[in-house]
Structures are given as structure tokens and as C-alpha cells.
Design a protein around this ligand. Sequence first.
Ligand SMILES: [Zn+2]
Ligand SMILES: [Zn+2]
Length: 156
Amino acid sequence: MKLYECGNCGNPVHFDNRVCINCGSQLGFLPEAMSMQALTPAGDDLWQASSRQEADVRFCANAAHDICNWLISTNDHHIYCQACRYNRIVPVTDNPEGLARWQKIGQAQRHLFYSLLRWNLPRPGRDVDPQGGARLRFPRRRGRCQRLSGPGHDRS
Ligand SMILES: [Zn+2]
Ligand SMILES: [Zn+2]
């Protein structure tokens, strides 16, 4: 995984970073730009990304649990980012063990989807292709899981 630059100060940052250690900017990965963005809060859960003209990005819903640092454009109706929206069965987040498991899974998942996006490989979800679309499930015999509603996890 290559190193990125903070969009604010140019300091090298990693793909999974949430904050620039040099300037303190909040960071997020924007799949459309395939780059790490330095973010300025713009109210209403919106952020102004360093490479964009408008404050038109928000964080993936999984950012709330520190599971994901990917961004979504406001013209995208999903509440989950391009990596997380395929999840159907995931660990519960009301205990440290479940949360840690999901954070680990989420990290691997973003690396996978980074490669899919980079090589522009097809990745239809169940919302596009109800029969053959991709769907990720992370059950485990011990440890509770939760089923996310679908298809598409629409925001509305
Ligand atoms: Zn910085
Ligand atoms: Zn996400």
C-alpha cells in the first residue's frame, strides 16, 4: 500500500490514518479520487475535502465505531462507503471483542476494495444484482453477530 500525502500539509500519511500527526487535520479516503483527503468540518455531518470545491462528502456510517475512514459523496445515497456496503452479517459492536474483530475485518476489507477500485474490477452488490451480487458475511460460531438490513442500505 503506497503512502499518501496529507491534503493540508503534505506530510506522509497512511491509508488507515484518521488524523494527520503533523497538522492535526482529520483525514478520510475518497475512493473517487483514490486519495487521502484533509477535511474541514462543514456542519450537518458534511466535510470539505481538500481536493474538492464543495463541502460535499460525509463519512461512512462505520466511521462512528472507528471501523472505517472512507468518504462518500453526497450524491451517493448509501450510508456505507464503497467497501462497507457489501456487509450483511458483521460482529456486534456493543463489546470490545466484537468491535476489535470488526475493526480488523474492516481494515482487510478496505485493502481488498482499494485493489478492486484500483484495477477497476466489477463489484456489483445485491442492490444491483440481487442473485449474483457480492455479499460479505462474517459469522463466527462464538461471538454474536448482527444482520444488517439490505439491499443497498439506503439512507432514506
Ligand atoms: Zn497534515
Ligand atoms: Zn466504510
